[in-house]
Ligand binder design. Structure first.
Ligand SMILES: CC(C)(COP(=O)(O)OP(=O)(O)OC[C@H]1O[C@@H](n2cnc3c(N)ncnc32)[C@H](O)[C@@H]1OP(=O)(O)O)[C@@H](O)C(=O)NCCC(=O)NCCS
Length: 159
Protein backbone atom coordinates (compact mmCIF):
# COMPACT_ATOMS: atom_id res chain seq x y z
CA UNK A 1 0.00 0.00 0.00
CA UNK A 2 1.36 3.44 -0.90
CA UNK A 3 1.71 6.10 1.81
CA UNK A 4 -1.23 7.98 0.30
CA UNK A 5 -3.43 4.87 0.29
CA UNK A 6 -2.37 4.18 3.87
CA UNK A 7 -3.37 7.72 4.92
CA UNK A 8 -6.76 7.33 3.20
CA UNK A 9 -7.38 4.02 4.92
CA UNK A 10 -6.53 5.58 8.31
CA UNK A 11 -9.03 8.35 7.59
CA UNK A 12 -11.70 5.71 6.88
CA UNK A 13 -10.99 3.60 9.93
CA UNK A 14 -10.39 6.11 12.68
CA UNK A 15 -12.51 8.86 14.19
CA UNK A 16 -11.10 12.29 15.04
CA UNK A 17 -12.56 14.10 18.05
CA UNK A 18 -11.64 17.44 19.54
CA UNK A 19 -9.76 16.82 22.77
CA UNK A 20 -12.01 17.30 25.79
CA UNK A 21 -12.20 16.32 29.45
CA UNK A 22 -13.90 13.00 28.82
CA UNK A 23 -10.78 11.79 26.96
CA UNK A 24 -8.54 12.61 29.91
CA UNK A 25 -8.28 9.20 31.58
CA UNK A 26 -7.33 7.45 28.30
CA UNK A 27 -4.91 10.22 27.40
CA UNK A 28 -3.23 10.11 30.82
CA UNK A 29 -2.69 6.35 30.53
CA UNK A 30 -1.07 6.73 27.09
CA UNK A 31 1.02 9.66 28.30
CA UNK A 32 2.38 7.87 31.37
CA UNK A 33 3.34 4.83 29.28
CA UNK A 34 5.09 6.97 26.66
CA UNK A 35 6.91 9.90 28.21
CA UNK A 36 9.92 10.00 30.49
CA UNK A 37 8.44 12.89 32.47
CA UNK A 38 4.71 12.53 31.79
CA UNK A 39 2.37 15.50 31.86
CA UNK A 40 -0.01 15.65 34.82
CA UNK A 41 -3.79 15.89 34.57
CA UNK A 42 -3.51 19.59 35.48
CA UNK A 43 -1.25 20.30 32.51
CA UNK A 44 -3.67 18.58 30.11
CA UNK A 45 -6.57 20.51 31.64
CA UNK A 46 -4.68 23.77 31.21
CA UNK A 47 -4.25 23.08 27.49
CA UNK A 48 -8.05 22.97 27.23
CA UNK A 49 -8.31 26.51 28.58
CA UNK A 50 -5.96 28.03 26.00
CA UNK A 51 -6.83 28.43 22.31
CA UNK A 52 -6.62 24.73 21.72
CA UNK A 53 -6.71 22.96 18.38
CA UNK A 54 -6.04 19.60 20.04
CA UNK A 55 -7.64 16.32 19.04
CA UNK A 56 -7.60 12.60 19.73
CA UNK A 57 -7.84 9.60 17.42
CA UNK A 58 -10.42 6.99 18.37
CA UNK A 59 -10.56 3.35 17.39
CA UNK A 60 -13.28 1.06 18.74
CA UNK A 61 -14.28 3.71 21.27
CA UNK A 62 -10.77 3.98 22.68
CA UNK A 63 -8.23 6.76 22.33
CA UNK A 64 -5.21 5.38 20.46
CA UNK A 65 -3.37 8.65 19.83
CA UNK A 66 -3.53 12.32 20.67
CA UNK A 67 -2.18 15.63 19.47
CA UNK A 68 -2.12 18.65 21.76
CA UNK A 69 -1.58 22.03 20.15
CA UNK A 70 -2.52 25.60 20.90
CA UNK A 71 -2.30 28.89 19.12
CA UNK A 72 -0.24 31.95 19.90
CA UNK A 73 -0.89 34.88 17.56
CA UNK A 74 -0.44 33.40 14.09
CA UNK A 75 1.60 30.42 15.32
CA UNK A 76 0.54 26.90 16.16
CA UNK A 77 2.49 25.34 19.05
CA UNK A 78 2.56 21.56 18.90
CA UNK A 79 2.97 20.62 22.56
CA UNK A 80 2.51 16.88 22.70
CA UNK A 81 1.87 14.09 20.21
CA UNK A 82 1.71 10.40 21.08
CA UNK A 83 0.57 7.17 19.43
CA UNK A 84 0.10 4.06 21.63
CA UNK A 85 3.22 1.95 21.42
CA UNK A 86 1.73 -1.07 19.62
CA UNK A 87 0.45 1.11 16.76
CA UNK A 88 3.58 3.19 16.10
CA UNK A 89 5.29 3.14 12.72
CA UNK A 90 1.98 2.64 10.84
CA UNK A 91 1.43 6.22 9.69
CA UNK A 92 -0.86 7.41 12.51
CA UNK A 93 1.60 10.10 13.65
CA UNK A 94 1.83 11.40 10.07
CA UNK A 95 -1.97 11.26 9.84
CA UNK A 96 -2.22 13.47 12.95
CA UNK A 97 0.32 15.97 11.63
CA UNK A 98 -1.66 16.26 8.40
CA UNK A 99 -4.83 16.93 10.40
CA UNK A 100 -2.96 19.52 12.47
CA UNK A 101 -1.65 21.28 9.36
CA UNK A 102 -5.19 21.45 7.94
CA UNK A 103 -6.56 22.82 11.21
CA UNK A 104 -3.74 25.36 11.42
CA UNK A 105 -4.46 26.53 7.88
CA UNK A 106 -8.18 26.86 8.60
CA UNK A 107 -7.32 28.99 11.65
CA UNK A 108 -5.04 31.16 9.50
CA UNK A 109 -1.90 30.06 11.34
CA UNK A 110 1.26 30.30 9.30
CA UNK A 111 3.85 28.49 11.36
CA UNK A 112 3.96 25.30 13.45
CA UNK A 113 6.59 25.24 16.19
CA UNK A 114 7.61 22.46 18.57
CA UNK A 115 10.29 21.40 21.03
CA UNK A 116 11.64 17.87 21.13
CA UNK A 117 14.21 16.16 23.35
CA UNK A 118 17.59 16.09 21.63
CA UNK A 119 17.85 12.36 22.47
CA UNK A 120 14.48 11.53 20.84
CA UNK A 121 16.00 10.62 17.47
CA UNK A 122 12.86 8.83 16.25
CA UNK A 123 10.63 11.82 16.87
CA UNK A 124 13.18 14.20 15.29
CA UNK A 125 13.32 12.02 12.16
CA UNK A 126 9.52 11.75 12.16
CA UNK A 127 9.21 15.55 12.24
CA UNK A 128 11.91 16.03 9.60
CA UNK A 129 10.23 13.48 7.31
CA UNK A 130 7.06 15.54 7.68
CA UNK A 131 8.66 18.80 6.64
CA UNK A 132 9.91 20.36 9.88
CA UNK A 133 13.34 21.95 10.04
CA UNK A 134 15.55 22.25 13.08
CA UNK A 135 15.81 25.90 14.12
CA UNK A 136 17.86 26.02 17.30
CA UNK A 137 18.73 24.31 20.56
CA UNK A 138 17.48 25.29 24.01
CA UNK A 139 20.11 24.18 26.52
CA UNK A 140 19.13 21.95 29.47
CA UNK A 141 15.44 22.46 28.82
CA UNK A 142 14.13 19.01 29.80
CA UNK A 143 14.53 16.98 32.97
CA UNK A 144 15.96 13.47 32.63
CA UNK A 145 16.37 10.71 35.21
CA UNK A 146 19.99 11.81 35.73
CA UNK A 147 19.93 15.54 35.07
CA UNK A 148 18.86 17.67 32.14
CA UNK A 149 18.97 17.58 28.35
CA UNK A 150 18.61 20.03 25.48
CA UNK A 151 15.48 20.75 23.50
CA UNK A 152 15.62 21.05 19.73
CA UNK A 153 13.22 23.68 18.40
CA UNK A 154 11.65 22.77 15.07
CA UNK A 155 9.53 24.79 12.68
CA UNK A 156 7.30 24.20 9.69
CA UNK A 157 5.73 26.86 7.49
CA UNK A 158 2.11 25.99 6.73
CA UNK A 159 1.39 26.14 2.99
C1 LIG B 1 6.69 10.19 17.39
C2 LIG B 1 5.38 9.45 17.16
C3 LIG B 1 4.20 10.32 17.56
C4 LIG B 1 5.29 9.11 15.67
O1 LIG B 1 4.06 8.43 15.44
P1 LIG B 1 4.01 7.16 14.45
O2 LIG B 1 2.59 6.78 14.28
O3 LIG B 1 4.94 6.12 14.92
O4 LIG B 1 4.54 7.84 13.13
P2 LIG B 1 4.48 7.27 11.65
O5 LIG B 1 4.04 5.85 11.64
O6 LIG B 1 3.73 8.25 10.85
O7 LIG B 1 6.01 7.20 11.34
C5 LIG B 1 6.73 8.16 10.62
C6 LIG B 1 8.17 7.74 10.53
O8 LIG B 1 8.81 7.80 11.79
C7 LIG B 1 9.51 6.59 12.06
N1 LIG B 1 9.08 6.20 13.39
C8 LIG B 1 8.79 7.10 14.34
N2 LIG B 1 8.55 6.48 15.50
C9 LIG B 1 8.62 5.17 15.28
C10 LIG B 1 8.45 4.04 16.10
N3 LIG B 1 8.20 4.16 17.42
N4 LIG B 1 8.54 2.83 15.56
C11 LIG B 1 8.82 2.72 14.26
N5 LIG B 1 9.02 3.78 13.44
C12 LIG B 1 8.93 4.99 13.94
C13 LIG B 1 9.20 5.61 10.98
O9 LIG B 1 10.46 5.30 10.42
C14 LIG B 1 8.34 6.34 9.98
O10 LIG B 1 9.01 6.49 8.80
P3 LIG B 1 8.32 5.99 7.42
O11 LIG B 1 7.15 6.92 7.22
O12 LIG B 1 9.42 6.20 6.44
O13 LIG B 1 7.92 4.57 7.65
C15 LIG B 1 5.34 8.09 17.94
O14 LIG B 1 6.46 7.34 17.62
C16 LIG B 1 5.26 8.25 19.45
O15 LIG B 1 4.17 8.30 20.02
N6 LIG B 1 6.42 8.32 20.14
C17 LIG B 1 6.47 8.45 21.59
C18 LIG B 1 6.09 9.83 22.05
C19 LIG B 1 6.99 10.87 21.44
O16 LIG B 1 8.20 10.75 21.39
N7 LIG B 1 6.34 11.97 20.98
C20 LIG B 1 7.04 13.12 20.43
C21 LIG B 1 7.40 14.02 21.55
S1 LIG B 1 8.01 15.55 20.94
Amino acid sequence: MSKKENQNSLANNYTIENFSEHHLSDVLKIESASNLTPWSQEIFLKTLQSRSISFVIISEEKVIAFCIANTVLDECHLQNIVVIEELRGKGIGTFMLNILFKRAKLSDLHTVLLEVRESNKRARKFYQDNGFEELSVRKNYYKTKKGRENAVIMRLEVV
